[in-house]
Write a protein that binds this ligand. Structure first.
Ligand SMILES: Cc1cc2nc3c(=O)[nH]c(=O)nc-3n(C[C@H](O)[C@H](O)[C@H](O)COP(=O)(O)O)c2cc1C
Length: 409
């Protein structure tokens, strides 16, 4: 008797389209755009590789809605039709095997490093606890309206280029999450104070995009389960925001966590129950499921087919999100869909030097290097480890910073 994996079941979305299975490649900044955020041909190669890997949904790395505000060097920015043909090519690669592609939309707010941005903006003029970032200026009401318009324009251009949906980046401490957080949003106007006011920004972005793109196009959100900071955005508030977006018709809620100030669960302590079930945010998704009817995706920590299938079978997770495992193995979804006890071989990237290993940037850069290889048609080098890779990624990061500086000069 053959049993079918629950991961291979289709999922009909509210906006009408169907995901061919329950596996999603979560957003990873590809860091292969031009210094000005321009799209390059290599996106087509990269996303064709991932499409051939069999996943139902590919979410792009975060795409900036304003070229002046980037979270990392060489992230894509889309605010006009300049790269339209390259966007169409990207879509063609991504959809070549019947899966969907959604674009993740982001504005970094104050989480935009000083080598990229000397005038960062935020809901309130509260600096981040890192000298990597210049203290931000408080946004005016007309600037807030402008950013909402930018999210909408970018979504519309991407829809026209053939993307199946967009995902709002409401997690990891960027602008949407800065608005949601009582620690980072101390405004006294309609955009701050009560939760109702703090969530106005994300709700208006959703409503404005929906009005322009119509019903057949998916809109999702990636949201922190909480920001894990005293007096910060709590789990109860996160559930309340999801309830509002659910009522408005959101297609998919991806649960995540962490920010620059607090990179949750990268290497931290984990409860025994979390270790067993692998994914960090399953307990939260169980709570969330009781409060919303929109499908829920959980990302972060999944490694074994068994844990992913158990999560889907539990009924509290509709889509399994995976990021690093898709770099180590671009064919991951096919392995999960046809295997019996598949396990991703993702391991912590280690140099043996704790101080370096603890830097989130070190791990991100290692994965970014592998993504670059894939975009050039090469397989990821899964065995690169140790001090050499640390030196290489830190050198690359410095080099990318110089490239961006040259463009801005
Ligand atoms: C190289 C790299 C780049 C990332 N870029 C993004 C991003 O652009 N947007 C986002 O929401 N998350 C980003 N993430 C976080 C992942 O989407 C995911 O939430 C995190 O890696 C945990 O999932 P995993 O355990 O399956 O890797 C990135 C992660 C990595 C490793």
């Amino acid at each position: 008797m053959t049993t079918t994996s629950p991961l291979s079941e289709e999922l009909k979305l509210r906006s009408g389209s169907v995901l061919k299975n329950r596996i999603c490649k979560s957003a990873m900044n590809e860091a292969i755009a031009t210094g000005k955020g321009g799209v390059v041909r290599q996106f087509e190669v990269l996303y064709r590789t991932w499409a051939e890997g069999g996943s139902g949904l590919l979410i792009t790395g975060n795409i900036m809605v304003d070229k002046r505000h980037a979270n990392e060097p060489l992230a894509v920015a889309v605010e006009d039709y300049d790269d339209f043909q390259l966007l169409e090519l990207w879509v063609a690669g991504a959809k070549s095997k019947g899966g969907q592609i959604w674009a993740q939309l982001n504005h970094p707010g104050k989480q935009s490093p000083k080598f990229l941005n000397d005038q960062p903006l935020a809901p309130s003029a509260i600096p981040l606890a890192s000298d990597m970032f210049i203290p931000p200026r408080e946004l005016t009401e007309s600037e807030i309206s402008d950013i909402i318009r930018r999210f909408t324009t970018t979504a519309l251009i991407l829809k026209e280029a053939g993307f199946d949906g967009v995902q709002l980046h409401g997690a990891h401490g960027y602008l949407i999450s800065q608005f949601l957080s009582p620690n980072h949003n101390k405004r006294n106007d309609q955009w701050g104070g009560s939760l109702e006011n703090r969530m106005r920004f994300v709700k208006e972005i959703y409503a404005s995009i929906r009005e322009k793109v119509g019903e057949g196009f998916a809109i999702g959100i990636k949201l922190n389960s909480s920001d894990f900071q005293k007096g910060g955005f709590s789990q109860e508030e996160s559930i309340e925001v999801c309830r509002h977006l659910d009522k408005m018709g959101i297609d998919l809620i991806e649960v995540s966590g962490g920010s620059w100030e607090n990179p949750v669960n990268r290497r931290g302590e984990q409860k025994e129950s979390t270790k067993k079930r692998e994914a960090y945010f399953l307990e939260f998704s169980e709570q969330l499921k009781k409060n919303v009817s929109a499908p829920i995706m959980v990302t972060g920590g999944f490694r074994s087919q068994q844990a992913m299938e158990e999560a889907i079978n539990s009924g509290s997770v509709d889509v399994v999100g995976l990021a690093r495992p898709f770099v180590v193995d671009p064919n991951l979804a096919n392995h999960l869909l046809t295997g019996t006890n598949y396990r991703s071989s993702v391991e912590p990237i280690s140099t043996g030097i704790k101080k370096i290993d603890d830097m989130a940037i070190m791990e991100i850069s290692w994965y970014t290097d592998q993504i670059r290889r894939m975009s050039e048609g090469l397989p990821p080098k899964t065995r690169v480890r140790g001090a050499f890779s640390a030196f290489k990624v830190l050198y690359n990061f410095w080099q990318r910073g110089q490239q961006v500086k040259r463009v801005r000069a």
